[in-house]
Design a binder for this molecule. Sequence first.
Ligand code: RB5
Length: 144
Amino acid sequence: MIYLGADHAGYEYKNELITWLKSKNIDFKDYGTFSNNSCDYPDIAYKVCSVMSPTEDFGILICGTGIGMSIAANKFSGIRAAVCDSVELAKLARTHNNANVLCLGSRVIKFPDMFSIVRTFLESEFEYGRHLTRINKLESNRIY
Ligand code: RB5
């Protein structure tokens, strides 16, 4: 399952993404926000990251830059959130970092780029090997 979340800055982009996901018959759950009214990105990241399974699901979080969402999401155990503003980063975030949350910045990327970034993120697979050793260290090095 794909869990979606956006703050007010990402609201319109989330709507566009929902239309795109529906057109591709890709299932998702929408955790808001549901209007242009100002809200706080940590609250949305919390909603998504506290319900998604880091091993089974993907999250897509959208704010103005993607940065706030990624900082908030990476506080959750098992979450590896990556801000990606290009197809290349989306591919590397999956293949090398096994990222399970894609963070997008509505003030950074354009709609057509968002779709190709999301498609690449969803279709790319983790390469394991040396990257698995590093992924495991991300969890074992947690200090909280
Ligand atoms: C909201 O104005 C903006 O600060 C937020 O969407 C995000 O870009 C923070 O990282």
